[in-house]
Design a protein around this ligand. Structure first.
Ligand code: PFF
Length: 451
């Protein structure tokens, strides 16, 4: 086993894991899903899933990593030969996510560039965003720029520096999000949006909403793709695992909630009561926030700062995605770091370009109303991640047994408050639920029925 550099403190661990977890998933993806799937209904389901499924899986993954001291690709195999396939499956997830994640990262860089050059009013125009993403070369250039920045950090091994910057940026992002939310809530019509966002309507609960919330949970907390196993492998034995998990979850969910608060009421304020604006999908943040900034005093400056902060949150997550892919390829094929980094850069560039073109030149390619980017997103979050999560539960529940994880959790101070829930969740509730969700997701994806 290689020498593992441990995080020096529990806080160091929590912040590093949060740096991976907090990203576009919280700021860009959560709000558009919440808007689309019933607001408060989605929010409530998400919160319930976070404290049950999210808690269980994150405990299992971090404990597995700390117990084995290796990354996902090896961890499962080292405990049971038959489960080597799970490490491979887990790694396919970041390979799918990283390219399209960088496409969205490119959109963020573009908006930063527009704001910094005084384009706040122009960017608030109704067709500005769709004109941009439906063009051919421009979004690809921004995508490649974002990808190159992530690649440079990974190639030159300067993650530590970036992490330091992002640790300062994250609290500022939280404060700024609160300020923008408070401002947004003062706009005409925003209160109706606030009610929509926080008030659940039980009649709206559907398999589709639960599936969307589940996929979002995995995505946002960097679960079901081996990442947390790797982070766990760096964690010290005397750090309290359970409370770290609770802190990461709280942090991640808090930021997602704030992002929704910043965006959804504003959608109501600017759409003049037209509810169809809620189903804008991946473009929601980019269509809504420029309007907020354009209506604000100092909106140009505030928007510029906002997009820089989102850029850093996105970059740290992209780096953690790329780092995972690079380290797996290095271990698997014995390649050198430089070569692997360049290889992964080219692979991601080739895979990301169709996602970028899917809103314009390749717009004719669609499946069940989904663009290429949405299809990638669906394949990773609604198909592969539930599969990886399911087998992780089976692996922990029936092969190594929950006690092995519980002992690992207790290694720091002998306590594991959520042990009972963990045991029931990992053996029974989570796997059964995951099969149901997966079956419905595949069936609806194949268009057999509308959920
Ligand atoms: N959790 C990140 C987000 O919410 O943006 C996405 C992500 C980053 C997933 C890194 C996986 C990962 F390894």
């Amino acid at each position: 086993m290689k020498n593992r550099s441990n995080f020096s403190s529990k806080l160091g661990f929590v912040l590093a894991a949060a740096g991976s977890a907090v990203g576009l998933g919280n700021i860009w993806r959560f709000p558009y899903l919440a808007a689309q799937y019933g607001g408060g209904t989605f929010l409530l389901i998400y919160l319930i899933l976070a404290v049950t499924f999210g808690f269980t899986l994150m405990i299992a993954e971090i404990a597995l990593g700390r117990k084995t001291g290796v990354s996902a690709i090896v961890a499962f195999k080292s405990l049971d030969k038959r489960f080597g396939f799970l490490g491979v499956l887990a790694v396919i997830v970041p390979v799918i996510i990283f390219p399209y994640y960088s496409v969205i990262g490119g959109w963020v860089v573009k908006y930063f560039a527009v704001f910094v050059s005084g384009g706040v009013q122009a960017s608030a125009g109704d067709t500005y965003f769709t004109d941009f993403i439906s063009s051919t070369t421009e979004p690809i250039c921004w995508f490649l720029l974002f990808l190159a920045m992530a690649a440079i950090v990974v190639l030159f091994g300067v993650e530590k520096g970036i992490e330091k910057v992002s640790k300062i940026m994250m609290p500022i992002l939280v404060v700024l999000t609160i300020i923008i939310s408070v401002y947004g809530l003062t706009l005409d019509g925003a209160m109706e949006g606030l009610v929509y966002y926080i008030k659940p309507h039980m009649a709206d609960v559907s398999a589709k909403t639960i599936l969307a919330a589940m996929g979002q949970l995995f995505y946002s907390m960097s679960l079901a793709m081996g990442i947390m196993i790797t982070y766990g492998s760096y964690m010290k034995k005397d750090n309290n695992l359970e409370s770290s998990v609770r802190q990461i979850e709280l942090f991640d969910t808090g930021i997602a909630f704030l992002a929704g608060l910043m965006i959804i009421p504003a959608v109501f304020a600017f759409s003049g009561g037209d509810r169809s604006a809620l189903s804008a999908g991946p473009g929601l943040m980019f269509m809504t926030l420029p309007k907020v900034f354009a209506s604000m005093r100092f909106g140009g400056a505030i928007g510029t700062i906002f997009f820089v902060l989102v850029f850093f949150a996105a970059l740290t997550s992209a780096i953690s995605l790329m780092e995972t892919i690079v380290s797996v390829f290095m271990d698997k094929f014995g390649w050198k770091r430089r070569f692997t980094g360049i290889f992964v850069f080219i692979l991601a560039a080739v895979m990301g370009i169709p996602s970028s073109l899917g809103f314009g030149a390749l717009g004719f390619i669609s499946w069940n109303g989904m663009s290429i980017l949405d299809i990638m997103d669906f394949a990773s979050n609604s198909v592969l991640m539930p599969i990886v999560a399911f087998f992780t539960c089976i692996f922990v529940g029936f092969i190594i047994k929950p006690k092995a994880i519980a002992d690992e959790v207790k290694a720091s101070d002998g306590t594991f408050t959520g042990e009972k829930m963990f045991n029931v969740m990992i053996k029974w509730i989570a796997p059964i639920f995951l099969v149901l969700i997966l079956a419905s997701s595949v069936a609806s994806g194949l268009g057999w029925f509308k959920l």
